[in-house]
Structure formats: C-alpha cells, structure tokens
Design a protein around this ligand. Sequence first.
Ligand code: SF4
Length: 363
Amino acid sequence: MSTIKHDWTKEEILATYNKPMMELLYEAATVHREFHNPNQVQVSTLLSIKTGGCPEDCGYCPQAARYHTDIEGNDLMTVSHVKAQALRAKASGSSRVCMGAAWRNVKDGAEFDQVLEMVRTINKLDMEVCCTLGMITENQAKRLAEAGLYAYNHNLDTSEDYYKDVISTRAFQDRLDTIDNVRKTNVTVCSGGIIGMGEKVEDRAGMLVALASLSPQPESVPINALVAVEGTPMEEIEPISIWEMIRMVATTRIVMPQTQVRLSAGRTEMSREGQAMCFFAGANSIFAGDKLLTTPNPDVNEDMEMFKLLGLQPMKPFVKKAQPETVEASESKHVPLGEKPRWSRPGHTIERNEEAKTKASIK
Ligand code: SF4
C-alpha cells in the first residue's frame, strides 16, 4: 500500500509529470485503485449565490469588478432559491452543492447569517455542503462548521512564485492562513488550482508541492483548465492541450493518493475520450450543471450519458466522511466577533486590460 508523503520536492513531481505517458497513466491508475473505487465519481453542483462585483483582481476571473466582462451580477440569493436549486441538483445525481460568493473575505453580519442558513438547509437535505466565500477567520470557520458545512473551497490557484503574476490584491500566505483556519474545525478542505494561465510546468509542480505538504492533504483537489474570458487580462491565452490536463490529473493522483481529484473548469473543451483518460488517470469527481459559477460546463444529461458509456456511477454523499450535525442558529455557541482581520494587500501590479476598458466605454 502506498503511503501518504508530505515532503514531495518540485524535482520529484516534475520527474513524475514528465514520465512517458503510458508509464504515468499506469502508475496513476494503480495508485487510484489502491485508494478508491475507480468506477465511482463524486458529482458536485456549483452554485453562484452572489455573482460579480468582486474587489479582487484574479487575472482569470470575469467576476472581478475591475474587468469589463459580460457577467450579470446578482445580490445574495435567497435561502428558498438555493434550496430549490439544491433539490434539482440532488435529483440529477449530485451529492454535493458548492456555493460560491464573489467576496474578498467574509464579513460578519446579515449576509453571512443568510449563508449559514443556506448551509443548514442543504445539510438537512442530506447533501454535502461546500462553500467558497473568500478568506475566513477561525471563528467564521467554526460558525460554518456548526451550521453543518462539509467542505470549504479555497484554491491555491498556482505556485507561490507565479501567484503574484495572477493576483495582486492578496498573497499566497493569505490562502494558507484561511486553509489553516478551516483545519481548526472538522470541515474538510477543497483546494486546487488552474492550469493554462501562462505558468510554467515548474509552477504546476510548485502548486502540488504546496498542496501535498499540507497535513492532512486536502480532501478534494480541483484541477481547472483556464477558460479565457473576454475582458479579463487572460482573454487571449490559448487553451491548453488535453495531454497537459491528463498529465496534471495523473500527477495529482500520485502525489495525493487519498484526495478526490476533481475535473473542474474547462470540460466543455474536452472530448469524452479526453475525459475518460482523465478518469483513468485518477480524476474521481466532476462539477455538474450547465454553468461553473459564470463559465460554461457540459449539460448534466450529457454527463450522465458519458457515465453510462464508461460504466461510472455517481458517488453517494458522506462516503468519505460522516454527515456533520447542524446546530440551529438559536443554539449556536459561536457569536459573531465582528473581526476586521488584516488580510494582506501586497500591491496592485497586474497590468489592467485597457483594451477591454475602451471597448466597454464605447458600448
Ligand atoms: S476568483 Fe473569487 S476572489 Fe478572485 S476575482 Fe473572482 S470572485 Fe473575486
């Protein structure tokens, strides 16, 4: 049985990533079978509960207020709307609902209370609940845990070296600090990244070093391929080839044997054959639903057809970890602290998309 190794070096990971494809696939598929049922794939539905208007400057993201994209922003969804969407997701085979809000960080107050109520509501539907709300404090993580949160997503995105070329409004360490806050609760960690943002293969390896060195390693690692959106600084980047995605998935599987490796953004550009190779290489989770926050994703019926073709089954909820209990708001032990943490702002150095600004102003 392979053991979990936390001291991977960049060189070791690069040597794995660059193996002849057939050897890489064989090794990854072997590790996959040791730790997982290769015919089961966990299906998550990603719901944008608050879209657009984000103060951050992530170079890939159409929701950043400073870029000029066609995103239609919306205020925080109501709890009943979220419940209806979760029920729909459950009926179509999803075991997890991941709620994303375009915030820099969570602020205590009515909106966070509303998110906590969403968490309680979905947990009571016997679905795994995940949130991705930006940076959170330890107390906020505890309040989410008490509401019944199963997972918190906070991607490292890329290597520490390349991070400042992608985002200038926060630092890599801020991400690690939030993950650390989540780890002080029983909420599982979902953290991965995006490939195809102009980074080097060394940066992909660097990101995997950072993720693998976390103890415990994240329970889920989403691997996204950049979806270049017009109006963002990355609008002109060409899509990566499927072979890079397969190599990244296989390497992630070998480096983090126990994790759920999630095939995330960019699936609309992949053939079924390409996705099948990713499943063989150790991917065992997908996002379902026709949108991933704001970018396109395959239709859920098409995904279920693909599952049938490949003999894959959607995983039931709470297979990897027991369902958390929900504590009602009236019985909560954690009061809002109204904290104002000093998340860093290393400097706004990313080149702005002046062309997109001009385009927007002459509309
Ligand atoms: S990725 Fe998240 S934090 Fe970054 S701009 Fe988009 S919504 Fe904001």
